[in-house]
Design a protein around this ligand. Structure first.
Ligand SMILES: *[C@@H]1O[C@H](CO)[C@@H](O)[C@H](O)[C@H]1NC(C)=O
Ligand SMILES: *[C@@H]1O[C@H](CO)[C@@H](O)[C@H](O)[C@H]1NC(C)=O
Length: 204
């Protein structure tokens, strides 16, 4: 892509991003989540393939420090480019400029109702909609979760034990062990406790 074309793309992306930002004044706070409507609009304007390709080219010509690219990353963190493969989705590499370890730690200490944690969960949940039941949450261990918070807690827990569990599309012809809401709360609590133990062990 030529220099001029890259400039045009940048201008277009800036326009799209500011249109999305103007949409809802409440999301102007850095790190605050996109509403589902904003998210849908954002993706309607920038379809994943097109966007991934464009941002790669922009990166090649302008580097990652470009403010528009940084802003784009903050919108949805190229989670679509690498992490979504074969009906699986591990998670966003970055959210709000911060890695999964940060968010796992925050989930463990502040819980899923924390505004920033829930923004992260929502962004990830919406980043992957696949299979026969796109809004249901199944994982690579064939467990089905009643909410994303429980899935993420389990994933954080497994990650800390160096075991990789991904979200996987839910299919009609597969059998899942369905976690009850009570069991799913236990999973959330387990990660929180495990994290406290680890953190105490590290500093105490
Ligand atoms: C598990 O969490 C602890 C505490 O945050 C950390 O020190 C440790 O490196 C983690 N282990 C892995 C395998 O991620
Ligand atoms: C279910 O269908 C998918 C393709 O849609 C296939 O890959 C998978 O092996 C099937 N699973 C079972 C248990 O039949």
């Amino acid at each position: 892509m030529g220099w001029l074309a890259a400039r045009v793309f940048l201008a277009l992306l800036k326009a799209l991003l500011s249109a999305a930002a103007l949409d809802s004044p409440s999301t102007a706070t850095p790190g605050s989540p996109l509403s589902p409507t904003e998210y849908e609009r954002f993706f309607a304007l920038l379809t994943p393939t097109w966007k991934a390709e464009t941002t790669c080219r922009l990166r090649a010509t302008h580097g990652c420090r470009n403010p528009t690219l940084v802003q784009l990353d903050q919108y949805e963190n190229h989670g679509l480019a690498g992490a979504r493969q074969g009906g699986r989705f591990y998670g966003l590499e970055l959210y709000g400029g911060l890695r999964m370890d940060f968010w796992c730690a925050r989930l463990a200490t502040k819980g899923c109702e924390d505004a920033r944690v829930s923004g992260w969960l929502q962004a990830e949940f919406l980043s992957f909609q696949d299979g026969d039941y796109p809004t249901k949450i199944c994982d690579t261990d064939y467990v089905q979760y009643p909410n994303y918070c429980a899935f993420k807690s389990q994933q954080c827990l497994m990650r800390n034990q160096s075991r990789k569990v991904s979200r996987m599309r839910c299919l009609q012809n597969e059998t899942y062990s369905v976690l009850t809401p009570a069991k799913s709360e236990e999973v959330v609590l387990r990660w929180s406790q495990e994290f406290s133990t680890l953190a105490l062990g590290q500093f105490g």
